[in-house]
Ligand binder design. Structure first.
Ligand SMILES: CC(=O)SCCNC(=O)CCNC(=O)[C@H](O)C(C)(C)COP(=O)(O)OP(=O)(O)OC[C@H]1O[C@@H](n2cnc3c(N)ncnc32)[C@H](O)[C@@H]1OP(=O)(O)O
Length: 400
């Protein structure tokens, strides 16, 4: 029996929760001025705490929508600020917080929850699967040139930070969202503004204006030596382009920023076509690949019904979900959609593995090869690869 209780935090407990979380990630508690700015990133009624009777663990969350393959936007809950006091770890506090959260999310009608993990070994046991990946790359600004046939259309406007914070939410909402992207509620833009003001006060924003209005943006800051020899690095913080011309236009501008040697683009979509823009693709080097968002299917039936599928023979999959047992069962997936079924399953997998396949990031065959899917009919694994495949790589691009 647990010797702590889990409950939703009152607004006047948010600061203590924030301080506890910061301590668990080895940061100092916020001072009064920081808290005044940071208080607004807590959405009332969406943070939980564990008490024994002191606050010993916490997690916060907010509601948003996630774009799934096919373009539908379904309700998701972003989870962050998870921490357990160092002298109370490894006795089930996180498990209790996660369990309470998932039940709450389900009751609120969420189809998913998603998070960025501090450590890859934590969240799989709670049904979160690594659902999007990303790559960080660097471009040698002095030697990189755009190919002459790269699309040229529209104009780029340069904005300072405060103006950008007013303009970017609308631009972000306007551009087409690829699978894995999420809407950014006000709490996320507040967080974005807080980080920018604190860590990158010289942040600049570029908005690309195409024939139909704003269709992309980028934010960046430049760091490095302020005197000769000006070894400077431009760090791309955020960039979304709704059209190929917007993508090319933003990069044309970035490659023209003076006093910059290297442009570093962190945690970008795996298929972002930067190399294809360059006359010499070796001017772009990949620094690393990393995991991005972890996805939890809170309502498996709605999640499976909500996305589109590729062309292949129907496949019946059996899903197991010990934490939310109502999700367990067999689902028939066809090019026209998905539904529960009583038919025998050709593939068996847990809800974590389903999350890894759901956005198309991992092929079911590869998951089967790694022992994560039990295959009763080998043809079904090949069919599932086609059903779950996506036209573009899924990617979120939002930090919280
Ligand atoms: C979305 C985000 O906010 S990411 C930020 C996460 N927070 C941090 O990294 C801050 C530092 N770490 C912590 O605060 C804590 O160690 C936490 C939150 C990661 C874990 O809290 P705990 O209360 O110790 O976890 P709990 O005791 O419930 O463990 C549940 C299970 O996860 C495992 N586990 C917990 N933490 C870790 C870890 N860091 N690495 C690997 N396994 C872990 C436990 O061994 C246990 O395994 P079991 O299911 O096989 O029994």
């Amino acid at each position: 029996m647990s010797d702590f209780e889990i409950r939703t935090l009152r607004t006047d407990e948010h600061r203590a929760a924030s301080d506890l979380f910061r301590t668990t990630v080895h940061a100092r508690p916020s001072d009064d001025a920081e808290w005044e700015r940071f208080a607004g990133v807590y959405q009332a009624g969406w943070a939980v705490g564990a008490f024994d009777p002191e606050l010993i663990g916490t997690a916060r969350s907010f509601d948003a929508e996630l774009t799934v393959p096919g373009g539908a936007r379904l309700p998701t809950v972003g989870v962050t600020g998870v921490g357990v006091r160092a002298d109370r770890t490894r006795r089930g506090v996180l498990r209790a917080l996660m369990t309470a959260q998932l039940e709450d999310f389900k009751a609120r009608g969420a189809v998913f929850s998603n998070l960025l993990a501090s450590e890859a070994s934590i969240y799989g046991r709670f049904g979160y699967g690594l659902a999007t990946r990303c790559r960080t790359y660097s471009v040698d600004r002095h030697r990189a040139r755009l190919r002459p046939d790269v699309p040229l259309d529209g104009e780029v406007e340069l904005l300072e930070l405060e103006r950008a914070l007013k303009v970017l939410p609308d631009v972000y909402e306007r551009i087409g969202h690829r699978p894995g992207m999420m809407t950014r509620p006000e709490v996320l833009w507040r967080l974005y503004g807080n980080h920018a003001r604190k860590d990158h006060p010289t942040l600049k924003a570029l908005v690309h204006h195409g024939a139909d209005g704003p269709d992309g943006y980028a934010t960046y800051h430049v760091s490095g030596q302020h005197t000769y020899p000006w070894t400077k690095q431009l760090e791309l913080v955020d960039m979304f382009a709704g059209t190929p011309a917007a993508f090319a236009g933003l990069w044309r501008f970035l490659l023209g920023v003076d006093l910059v040697d290297t442009i570093v683009a962190e945690e970008r979509a795996m298929d972002e076509p930067i190399e294809l823009l360059l006359a010499d693709h070796r001017r772009c080097t990949v620094d690393r690949f990393a995991d991005e968002h972890w996805l939890r299917l809170v309502d498996v039936e709605k999640a499976l019904r909500g996305r589109e599928y590729g062309h292949a023979d129907p496949v019946v999959v059996e899903v197991t979900d010990p934490l939310l047992p109502a999700n367990s069962g067999a689902y028939r997936i066809t090019p026209d959609g998905a539904e529960r079924t009583g038919e025998p399953a050709a593939l068996r997998l847990d809800v974590t593995t389903l999350a890894m396949a759901y956005l198309g990031t991992w092929r079911p065959s590869a998951l089967a090869d790694a022992g994560r899917i039990e295959v009763r009919d080998p043809a079904a694994a090949v069919a599932a690869d086609r059903l779950f495949a996506t036209r573009v790589a899924s990617w979120c691009g939002t930090h919280f």
